[in-house]
Ligand binder design. Sequence first.
Ligand code: NAD
Length: 440
Amino acid sequence: MAHALTPPTEVAPPRAEAASRPATRGVPVYEAVQRQFEKAANLIQLDPAVRKILSAPMNEIVVHFPVRMDDGRVELLTGYRVQHNDALGPFKGGLRFHPALELDEVKALAAWMTWKSAIARLPFGGAKGGVQIDPARYSHTELERITRRFCYALGNNIGPEYDIPAPDVNTNAQIMAWFLDTYQALQPPQDRQRHMHVVTGKPVDSGGSLSRDKATGQGIVYLIERWANERRSGLSRATFTVQGYGNVGSWAARLLARHGAKLVAAEDVTGAIANPQGLDTEALAVHVRANGGVVGFARAVDHETFFSTPADIFVPAALANQITADTAPMLNVRLVAEGANGPTDPEGDEVLRRKGIDVIPDVVCNAGGVIVSYFEWLQNKQSEYWALEEVDRKLHAKITAAYDRTRDTARQRRVDWRTAAYIVALSHLETVYKQRGIFP
Ligand code: NAD
């Protein structure tokens, strides 16, 4: 199919899968999220009925859908949408394109979204989804048809007041624009304009919010600043490393650099680089856009050297299960600020605790994305556009409140911050279930 319109934003450049990286071992992510849940639930003696409800997702949707390729062949692709819980509001969570995506991982990611929304006190539940593909294998037009056909396959399982997707790994504002357009095209003409908020993370010209592209990275940096201020050590002389230089990692790195902090090593799917004198974060972002990865920008180092690089802060912003019993012992940092979802498995967590490394857990640290998605959703519902400063000010207020809730709970209960974050989420959900009861 020929496309007359030139897309306003490009889909992320193809990335090769990590062939040279040692396979990450670690606790399977769904088991990890269940273990974290059980630990917090036991500590607060969570109501048994609420515990049963929250221990499994509400809906698990698997779709197989055909897509015609540029050469005329048809591929049958598999897509997922897991809706974990909607006690607090409509299901909300990203869509990712990844060749290793499978149902259990999506279930874990959906549960994390429930906890995240609850901790940030957003009127959203948790969901996650995606398509099991390596996007590097597909052309721009094929990715468009995959996105549109996936949206069609999901049908009424999504909706602006029911389940609202957003970008995640290997998806971006362009994918959201195609998703919106397809969803709108499937509505009766007189209803179309009521559905702008069916996805968030759209391009700003197509109803997106200012600041959404940087929101997750911005939220991480607001919390690192708060952590540093509480320890009376500013960021101007801090050093940091980052894993993943996509949306989250590159924004976190560039915003940290604006505070004077120095990036000393970076790793992504193509390999790792380091420079103790500091890497230019803006130039690195340009390099990644042009070349599909960090490799080639500075001296190459191996995975172990990357993990052992001494720094004040490590921002994992790639995939799950990166900080494990194998890699955590190598870390030589004061803080792990989790940009990715599930970057630390329970065994890695134990090592970090023993080493006295602070952790701002994912469900708090990367909540900036869903917080600004909520602002985008509100703006669309009210046909408003907020100024960038307004979005950033409101993001700061919401995410630092989530941080403070977690820190205070950790102190009161004498538990680590991840357990504290889960306690904040589960207590809120328990209150809501107790107030409403269980139908019938
Ligand atoms: P992205 O696709 O823009 O970037 C992903 C990055 O991870 C790329 O730099 C890629 O090279 C790197 N990567 C992939 N496989 C890797 C491997 N095996 N080893 C090292 N690096 C690898 O995705 P993103 O949106 O930046 O998401 C990154 C993480 O942040 C994910 O865990 C995602 O769930 C989480 N997250 C994203 C958002 C958001 O708003 N985009 C919000 C909250 C959490």
